[in-house]
Write a protein that binds this ligand. Structure first.
Ligand SMILES: C[S@@+](CC[C@H](N)C(=O)[O-])C[C@H]1O[C@@H](n2cnc3c(N)ncnc32)[C@H](O)[C@@H]1O
Length: 265
């Protein structure tokens, strides 16, 4: 893909996640497990008061602000979507020790070797050049620094046709790796993986929530006269059922990983 097309694809993805519709359907936290799982990741990483921490693909800043509040660390969020960064600035002015910049996780606008930790939730699966994002993360961290990653896992060849391509991409599925694939990615990028935790149950919970919000939304659309089959969301219940069917057999999951940056040889 040309650099120009890559930038367009990243902007489309950012526009979708910073839209009111995404918030309406997903709520404030744009990953399975919500802030409960964010804090669990922070505990697994051993975040401490005052630690400088980077949040890669921080969206509108909800996780970064929570980590700042709970662990008293000093967080910088980097996010591709300008509107999401604007919203993050607005809310962080109230909540304190989180700051936000617009940027690309594959080319981070942050200084080398000064961070104790970095988190990346439900976004590595979206990055076009994952190895580059991991090497950029390694660049930011001091030796021994922690990288907390949580993401969607997909078994190769298990996605139904209508969950591949662009639709699967925005749902973090098309380019997701297996759990072993993320471990390999981290290890090839200079980390030793110290924790890996299966949180796939959280996908079922988020599907339950999304399904009930959608049902209400579709009912309102019908009540105001939207003809059946015309709305882009009409196929959503069928797609949700397909996603749900993948979780039981382990074709789709959500995992947490902690990597520790290796010291130079
Ligand atoms: C599924 S959301 C997750 C947001 C947040 N980490 C969370 O868990 O709530 C994915 C986010 O990744 C951002 N994103 C995708 N590619 C990016 C990139 N190359 N650099 C920075 N942000 C990116 C999107 O704009 C979106 O806000």
């Amino acid at each position: 893909m040309s650099l120009q097309n890559e930038a367009i694809a990243k902007a489309c993805c950012a526009n979708l996640y910073q839209s009111d519709m995404a918030k309406l359907i997903m709520g404030d936290s744009l990953h399975p497990g919500g802030l409960g799982l964010t804090n669990k990741l922070g505990r697994l990483m051993g975040l401490e008061r005052g630690d400088p921490v980077a949040d890669l693909a921080s969206a509108h800043g909800v996780s970064a602000q929570a980590l700042g509040r709970v662990f008293r660390c000093s967080i910088v969020g980097v996010e591709f979507g300008a509107e999401a960064v604007r919203q993050a600035h607005e809310t962080s002015a109230v909540s304190g020790n989180a700051h936000f910049v617009r940027g690309d996780a594959e080319s981070l606008p942050l200084r080398s070797g000064v961070f104790d930790a970095a988190v990346c939730e439900c976004s590595m699966s979206l990055f076009m050049n994952k190895a580059r994002a991991v090497s950029e993360t390694a660049r930011l961290l001091r030796p021994g620094g922690k990288f907390g990653l949580s993401d969607v896992t997909v078994q190769p060849g298990s996605l139904p046709d209508d969950l591949t391509g662009d639709r699967g991409q925005v749902l973090c599925m098309t380019d997701a790796l297996t759990a072993d694939g993320y471990v390999e990615l981290l290890e090839q990028g200079g980390f030793t993986v110290t924790e890996r935790l299966d949180a796939s149950d959280e996908i079922i919970k988020i599907l339950d929530e999304v399904e009930s919000k959608l049902a209400g939304f579709l009912a309102i659309q019908r009540a105001v006269g939207q003809p059946a089959g015309d709305a882009p969301l009409d196929r959503a219940p069928e797609l949700i059922a397909k996603v749900r069917d993948m979780v039981g057999p382990g074709d789709l999951g959500y995992w947490l990983f902690v990597g520790e940056k290796n010291s130079p040889a």
